[in-house]
Design a protein around this ligand. Structure first.
Ligand SMILES: C[S@@+](CC[C@H](N)C(=O)[O-])C[C@H]1O[C@@H](n2cnc3c(N)ncnc32)[C@H](O)[C@@H]1O
Length: 317
């Protein structure tokens, strides 16, 4: 029997409590943006738990995610709005929908289980499929094009900078040598080449291609660029007392989020003892959880994909 695909929302209760706990939401009508709709798990819980003046605006760049939104439309009517697109264009998307300030923003970044498990999307080496990895299959170039065209230095940089792969150079050289004979068109062909370089790989906890796949996915979808843009735009659009929650799944994303939140929380930087502030800096946010929130053991046991998650949240001052 075919297993039904599903995405189990990560840190669901924690993120929803923070978003609905903002004083703006408690006070009356509120708009919360779920910029990573995915399977709609967080959106649904926000709509179920928020009072009836809470509207959730959902964004996703993946047409397959958008196609999963019918039941929410049916169950919540006007309280649920869908904006297909890239969250890096948050401001334009909100402008087009005539939405000004927002009272909450959720970014549960990364991939949904639907994307990971659908072999034809090419995100995972677990199932064979075209080496694609685009979240929006109509935009940008597939991973196969990078593997086919990038020179050895570029591939090395990609694997090192976005995958933190210690053997970046060796793997890049091997790919460049092998692609002359036969192009890498499928996930398995690339994963196998990398696995063949590690004699005892079946004993290791992680597949040796994990970091290379992560790096390619980040580059194909410009994930860090999009994240940087949405953090800035989100902060600009958050109303006073509005909250932003970001759940990230690897250290590159988490570092970026942590730095951005710290910078935004920084107030006056004048040397101590100066009678009047000359820098004019004021903190724009209050950090809600300084060290980041991680899933509890029970959640990881129930949903192993949650194990690397880290939630950070701020409130707009
Ligand atoms: C981890 S899933 C979200 C799962 C969702 N919270 C749930 O509970 O079902 C991440 C989703 O964000 C989407 N996504 C990632 N980057 C995006 C971007 N730059 N713009 C819009 N959507 C994006 C992906 O397509 C994916 O559907």
């Amino acid at each position: 029997m075919m297993r039904k695909m599903e995405h189990v929302p990560v840190l669901l209760q924690e993120s929803v409590e923070i978003l609905l706990g903002g004083r703006r939401v408690a006070a009356g009508a509120a708009v919360i943006v779920d910029a990573t709709f995915g399977g709609g798990g967080h959106t649904r819980r926000l709509l179920e738990c928020g009072h009836d003046k809470v509207v959730v605006v959902a964004i996703d760049r993946d047409p397959a995610a958008i196609a999963r939104s019918d039941s929410l439309q049916h169950d919540f009517g006007e309280r649920f709005k869908l904006l297909p697109g890239n969250f890096s264009d948050l401001e334009q998307l909100l402008d087009q929908a005539e939405i000004g300030k927002i009272d909450g923003l959720l970014l549960d970044i990364g991939l949904s289980s639907f994307q990971l498990e659908e072999g034809a999307r090419g995100f995972s080496f677990q199932s064979d499929g075209p080496l694609d990895m685009r979240m929006d299959p109509d935009t940008g170039e597939p991973a196969a094009a990078i593997i086919r065209e990038a020179d050895c230095d570029t591939l090395t940089r990609i694997f090192r900078d976005f995958g933190e792969e210690p053997y970046a150079g060796v793997i890049a050289r091997k790919i460049v040598a092998a692609r002359v004979q036969k192009p890498f068109l499928t996930t398995h062909s690339l994963a196998q080449l990398i696995a063949d370089m590690v004699p005892d790989y079946k004993r290791s906890r992680r597949h040796p291609a994990t970091k290379v796949f992560q790096a390619l996915r980040i580059v194909v979808n410009d994930e860090l660029g999009a994240l940087e843009k949405v953090l800035k735009a989100g902060l600009k659009r958050l109303s006073q007392g509005g909250r932003m929650v970001v759940i990230s799944y690897h250290s590159l994303e988490d570092r970026l989020v942590k730095r951005f939140f710290r910078e935004s929380a920084k107030g006056c930087i004048c040397p101590p003892g100066i009678p009047v502030c000359g820098c004019g800096r004021i903190s724009r946010v209050k950090i809600i959880n300084r060290s980041g929130l991680r899933p509890q053991r029970v959640e990881i046991e129930r949903n192993p994909r949650s194990r690397s998650a880290c939630l950070r949240a701020i409130e707009r001052l």
